[in-house]
Design a binder for this molecule. Sequence first.
Ligand code: F3S
Length: 81
Amino acid sequence: IKYTIVDKETCIACGACGLTCPGIFDYDDEGLAYVTIDHNSGNKEVPESQEDDVLDAYEGCPSNSIKIAEEPFNGNPLKFG
Ligand code: F3S
């Protein structure tokens, strides 16, 4: 994987991703997750050192709100379906 983004429309603020991968995910005032490295645009490459944790967060999200892709998202979590 290279890029990740949170679909804040479907995030249920469960709080798992920030625990699993604190280097990439944090929460806004409402507890909704976002990607910290690029203001949740999904345009900045995830550092290699974070890739395993991002994958764990992706697999652990109960609402499938974490998206991952090999190409930038340009701010659209649904860009790749
Ligand atoms: Fe939201 Fe999923 Fe994280 S529900 S808080 S994006 S684990």
